[in-house]
Design a binder for this molecule. Structure first.
Ligand code: TRP
Length: 341
């Protein structure tokens, strides 16, 4: 007999770690999409500081990094009245459910996680237990709110698959069909994958040692212009149609960035720039990038200067998050059979 489907409300959950500064890839791949999603869904956008400490962080800077990520969410257009913005460590449900789900997830499932293998590298023995356990905490993030949809990039697909396996196993083990929804990935559409400005085969990343490889949300207009001018390209003119970008990863990347920032298709961009060289295209791209990103970094700086206001937003967000998670956690405790007076 087919199981009845989960019938709870649709809810979106996503998060970014407060480690390192956000860049154009985070903006186009995540924040800009969240801004659209909040129009149609109830959204929870977390700053995942518990995840950040799976590798060493400077305790003197962590709280400010958390504020900076929250400022970026808001500056990008996430509305803190509509969506919930808060720091993960402020809501203890993540930790409590994380532990319970540790007892549901299997070692073998975690051993298969490629991100751990990449991040731990050869020195697996020295990686924190938290880094190994990272995907279980991620499952707890999502399930503590019974979130149904999770916007994330390609690199998080495997973690989301694991969250589904954990939810399903919990539901079976405690014999409560649909206790947790099986969270669905949300396809993030075009512009999701912004590549390095120095190497079109690598993702734009905050861990890339080359500053020139990425445009940070807090870069000045001059820095944006300079980085685009120095971006690696081939020497051919731009093609007239998207098919002509095949085998030209750097050209593809710049066209994809233009298209995402301008909100027009790549075909339209090439319609306008086909046949022209990068000497003409790059200044146009730089101008567009400054026009779109300048106001976001100005707003980020303004918000970060008003720390009291940011802290009020985060406290309020944490309170709203707890209101959702607390009753779910009460059901979890009951399902597991914990003592209750
Ligand atoms: N692991 C995610 C990343 O690095 C961040 C994250 C933590 C997350 N918890 C989450 C994303 C829950 C989506 C849902 O991008």
């Amino acid at each position: 007999m087919a199981e009845r489907a989960y019938s709870g409300p649709m809810r979106v959950f996503s998060g970014v770690q407060p480690s390192g500064s956000l860049h154009l890839g985070n903006y186009l791949g995540a924040l800009a999409k969240w801004v659209e999603m909040q129009k149609s869904y109830d959204c929870i956008f977390c700053v995942v500081d518990l995840h950040a400490i799976t590798v060493s962080q400077d305790p003197k800077r962590l709280a400010d990094q958390t504020r900076e990520i929250a400022a970026a969410y808001i500056a990008a257009g996430v509305d803190p009245e509509r969506s919930i913005i808060y720091p993960q460590s402020a809501v203890l449900a993540h930790v409590e459910l994380g532990w319970i789900l540790n007892c549901v997830a299997r070692m073998g499932w975690l051993e298969r996680m490629t991100q751990f293998k990449d991040k731990a590298g050869k020195d697996r023995e020295r990686a924190s237990v938290g880094l190994f356990d990272y995907p279980v905490l991620q499952a707890a993030d999502i399930l503590a709110y019974r979130a149904t949809h999770v916007p994330t990039g390609e690199d998080q697909k495997q973690h989301l698959e694991l969250a589904r396996d954990i939810a399903d196993r919990f539901n079976r083990e405690f014999d409560i069909p649909n206790f947790f929804p099986l969270p669905e990935p949300m396809t993030t559409g075009p512009g999701a994958r912004v590549m390095s400005l120095k190497d079109g085969s690598k993702k734009m990343s905050k861990s890339d040692p080359s500053e020139a490889s990425r445009i940070n949300l807090l870069d000045s207009n001059d820095e944006i212009v300079r980085k685009i001018r120095r971006a690696t390209t081939d020497s051919e003119p731009l093609p007239h149609v998207p098919e002509g970008l095949a085998g030209r990863p750097e050209a593809s990347n710049l066209i994809a960035i233009y298209s995402a920032l301008a909100g027009v298709s790549e075909a339209e961009v090439l319609n306008a720039f086909g046949g022209r060289g990068f000497g003409e295209f790059k200044p146009a791209l730089a101008e567009l990038a400054v026009q779109k990103l300048g106001p976001i970094s100005d707003e980020m700086r303004r918000l970060m200067a008003d720390r009291a206001e940011l802290d009020r937003v985060l406290s309020r967000g944490a309170g709203r998050a707890r209101e959702i998670a607390d009753p779910i956690m009460a059901e979890v405790r009951q399902a597991v059979g914990f003592w209750r007076p």
